[in-house]
Design a protein around this ligand. Structure first.
Ligand SMILES: Cc1ncc(COP(=O)(O)O)c(C=O)c1O
Length: 420
């Protein structure tokens, strides 16, 4: 009789792992109703004759403070935050920006959207984060910025990245879209580089459905981000005076109000996920052929978006990772390969789908040739093809769920022969 659920046995978690997200209560409802009834639905100060209290402005201040940054500029989403940061940092046509091959597409499309060129580099096999050595090799006379992504919530090596940036006079824009609450040597990520960008999309550790923010300590960059997000107006300036070509990326007051309440829970939630994540990693050490990412003492807090497991097929009787994932799902544990492939393998890059003009890649201001179909990042490719098993962050809110996931992995391990 088969024991594994994939072979007809009973699953460890009948009905599948249930983890509640997003989390809200009456305080969130009250905050939204208050905005509704206040008549101030829009965050733009210039819209109102009388100065009115803005939830967005309050959230910008509180989130910046929570992260140890001076300023926050709220936006419509994480992608627009990256675009604003790149524009504010003066990244333009002909510039190269170094990004990891392993991340969500927005890290690279933001670069394309400001007419610059993403240069993909490989990751560190133990942390899945951008490799400082590969960054160094990728720097050219065209490089303007480095965009470390704290992928899945795991901090990139900010010591080495800041040192490289300083030596080559490069801008650092942290993509912290997945890393709310993560710490690198006691500092919250997103506040270490010149600018840090977050997403508040629904699945993120801090959410209002959709939203984003740029953090910075630099007043000039703050003002430029503001301007690029508010149709070229100057902070505190005239309603109909516009200085630069720019779109509208303003956050609504409903989102600001919701984020303020959600932020009041973030630290506790981060701590719970961190503790349970550490417990999970320690327990995984007892199981052959599967492990957590490296536990680096410089990572003083892990804010999770994904929990990445490293699967070693050679120690699972050569059962391919995808077969293991099928078995895990059948036991009731949802899992995936996160973003499935290195960014440069997406049709956008593989087919060089940059429209009629081919800009920015064939922009005369760039003057170089790049063919993304020839890019190769072996670690990134191997990780996606056969190693990574990604679990979402939500099961980490309850120790019981972590134990059930462990039980499912043990069960597959003990009945491995059924998978042959
Ligand atoms: C690493 C990374 N960067 C950028 C983004 C873009 O954020 P948004 O979806 O809010 O535009 C995301 C969102 O999933 C992300 O995971």
């Amino acid at each position: 009789m088969a024991k594994l659920a994939i072979k007809g046995g009973n699953p460890v978690i009948p009905g599948g792992l249930k983890a509640k997200w997003p989390i809200f209560d009456d305080a969130d409802k009250k905050a939204l109703i208050e905005v509704l009834e206040s008549g101030r639905w829009c965050s733009a100060g210039w819209y109102f004759k009388e100065p009115l209290e803005s939830r967005v402005a309050q959230f910008e201040k509180e989130f910046a403070e929570w992260n140890g940054a001076k300023y926050g500029i709220a936006t419509t989403n994480g992608t627009s935050s990256l675009v604003l940061a790149l524009k504010a940092g003066g990244v333009e046509a002909g510039d190269e920006v170094i990004v990891p091959a392993v991340t969500f597409i927005a890290s690279a499309t933001a670069v394309i959207l400001v007419n610059a060129i993403p240069i993909f580099v490989d990751i560190d096999p133990d942390t899945y984060q951008i490799s400082p050595e590969r960054i160094e090799e990728a720097i050219t006379e065209k490089t303007k910025a480095i965009m470390p992504v704290h992928y899945g919530g795991y901090p990139a090596d900010m010591d080495k990245i800041m040192e490289i940036a300083k030596r080559h006079n490069l801008l650092v824009i942290e993509d912290a879209a997945e890393a709310h609450g993560s710490e690198w040597r006691g500092r919250r990520v997103g506040s270490i580089g010149d600018m840090g960008c977050f997403s508040f999309q629904m699945g993120k550790p801090l959410t209002c459905g959709e939203g984003g923010i740029v953090l910075t300590d630099n007043e000039e960059l703050k003002d430029r981000c503001y301007s690029y997000g508010d149709l070229g107006r100057m902070p505190g300036g005239e309603k109909y005076e516009h200085y630069i070509p720019a779109g509208n990326n303003r956050m609504t007051e409903f989102q600001g109000a919701l984020l303020l309440v959600q932020l009041s829970r973030l630290e506790e939630q981060t701590n719970i996920r961190h503790e349970n994540g550490e417990y999970f990693a320690r327990e995984l050490e007892k199981i052959e052929g599967i492990s957590a990412l490296k536990r680096d003492p410089r990572v003083t807090k892990r804010g999770y978006y994904f929990y990445f497991l490293r699967y070693d097929q050679s120690r699972w009787n050569d059962i391919p990772r995808d077969k293991f994932m099928e078995a895990l799902r059948a036991e009731g544990v949802p899992c995936s390969t996160a973003h499935n492939q290195p960014l440069y393998k997406n049709p956008l890059f593989r087919e060089m789908a940059f429209g009629k003009t081919g800009c920015p890649v064939s922009c005369p201001l760039y003057g170089k040739k790049i063919d993304y179909s020839k890019v190769s990042c072996p670690v990134s490719e191997r990780v996606y093809e056969s190693e990574v098993v990604a679990l979402g962050k939500d099961f980490l809110m309850e120790r019981e769920n972590v134990d059930r996931v462990l039980e499912a992995i043990y069960k597959i391990r003990e009945n491995i022969d059924e998978l042959k």
